[in-house]
Design a protein around this ligand. Structure first.
Ligand SMILES: NC(=O)c1ccc[n+]([C@@H]2O[C@H](COP(=O)([O-])OP(=O)(O)OC[C@H]3O[C@@H](n4cnc5c(N)ncnc54)[C@H](OP(=O)(O)O)[C@@H]3O)[C@@H](O)[C@H]2O)c1
Length: 355
């Protein structure tokens, strides 16, 4: 039972913070999926978590949905090198309803999401029935975007939208030519494909999964490239093919993208699912004016983050929103966390937290 739930902390005690005076809407204990690193053991699984072990924050959220991102897979592995605290409630994104707030701009009952910054890495995240976060990390959901929708997009889909926005802010338009999306069966890639196709681009999808081709074409892909085609060793410059690219794979794929971009084109690069080492020459940059645009969704300023989420509810709304998702619960999370690191993503996994 909640000990405090009907009004905001700010309404009852101006300036008070839920964690200061123990006025909290969060039950004394609640269910959470927790990863714990001991001296010689690593454990993960569902257990009761104490409200008093949550960090401070002005906004308390009853989590309805979270999702599974590549980083979550790493945060829940012994060799993942992502988790910064132990025990950690992982889950780099979450969506639900505000149950207490010390911020006058965020009312109790508001549907919100939170992701990025320290969430799910150095501060507890979305795999829990309740979470407490700083007010300036909270994104109120735009009309037409439910908490389930928001987590169907999740951090991966948000990064896809960020990538498309970055390319377009640099001047990219559909008549410029074909766009390449790599890792297309995954979260970032699949959402980028859906958004770009809806905006009228000719999008080509690179995938390591031949049996995903039909789904990717149904999402809007004009053509498919195999992973071998985009990871093969090549000359310092290939023939100019792509007017732009979205890459969340890195590794051996990003060098191919760079050397096959057209003069003046850019790639929005966000990930390392295929490896973190980048071996390239400087020729794409100095002979073709190609640009490598780094995407960092973690540290993005909150105003820009809120704007992009508003656009995800409107002109950047993925055409397959809520469709290519597999639901898991806190009790069945393990398979998704292991699957995403193994490169087995087909769309996105979302986590139903609310029973
Ligand atoms: N910079 C940021 O802010 C940010 C935000 C979100 C995600 N990311 C990063 O972006 C990457 C993708 O994240 P995601 O959540 O979209 O993951 P995901 O759903 O697992 O998608 C990654 C896809 O990459 C492809 N891939 C290519 N080579 C691979 C390999 N050797 N091992 C595994 N997968 C390989 C696979 O698609 P195909 O089989 O279709 O090729 C896979 O489905 C991750 O590195 C993640 O950390 C960064």
């Amino acid at each position: 039972m909640a000990r405090y739930s009907s009004t905001t902390v700010a309404e009852t005690q101006p300036g008070a913070r839920p964690y200061d005076d123990r006025m909290t809407a969060i039950p004394a204990t609640f269910r959470a999926y927790v990863a714990t690193r001991g001296d010689d053991a690593f454990e993960r699984g569902v257990r009761q978590f104490a409200e008093t072990d949550l960090p401070p924050g002005e906004v308390e959220i009853r989590v309805a949905w979270s999702s599974v991102n590549y980083k979550d897979g790493l945060a829940t592995r012994e060799d993942g090198k992502v988790a910064r605290i132990s025990p950690l409630i992982p889950g780099i994104d979450l969506a639900g309803e505000v149950v207490a707030s010390a911020d006058p701009g965020i009312a109790v009952g508001t549907a919100v999401l939170a992701h990025g910054y320290e969430i799910g890495v150095s501060r507890h995240g979305g795999y829990a029935e309740y979470q407490r976060v700083p007010a300036n990390w909270v994104v109120p959901l735009a009309p037409g975007l439910s908490p389930r929708d928001a987590m169907s997009i999740g951090t991966a889909g948000f990064t896809a939208a960020m990538s498309v926005a970055a390319l377009e802010e640099r001047g990219l338009t559909p008549p410029d030519g074909p766009i390449l999306v790599t890792g297309a069966s995954g979260g970032v890639g699949g959402t980028a494909l859906a958004i770009l196709a809806d905006r009228g681009y000719e999008v080509w999808a690179a995938t390591g999964k031949a049996d995903e081709a039909a789904r990717l074409v149904s999402l809007g892909a004009a053509g498919i490239l195999t992973r071998d085609e985009v990871t093969a060793e090549g000359r310092p410059l290939d023939s100019e093919r792509w007017a732009g690219a979205v890459d969340a794979v890195g590794g051996a794929t990003l060098p191919y993208v760079l050397r096959s971009l057209r003069t003046g084109a850019a790639v929005a690069a966000s990930g390392n699912a295929g490896g973190m080492k980048l071996e390239t020459t400087v020729f794409p940059f100095i002979l073709r004016g190609v640009a490598l645009l780094g995407m960092d969704s973690v540290n993005l300023a909150i105003a820009r983050r809120r704007d992009l989420w508003d656009r995800l509810a409107t002109d950047l709304r993925p055409r397959d929103l809520g469709m290519h998702v597999t639901e898991v619960t806190l009790d069945t999370l393990d398979q998704a966390l292991d699957g995403i690191v193994a490169g087995a993503a087909r769309g996105r996994w979302i986590v139903r937290v609310e029973e």
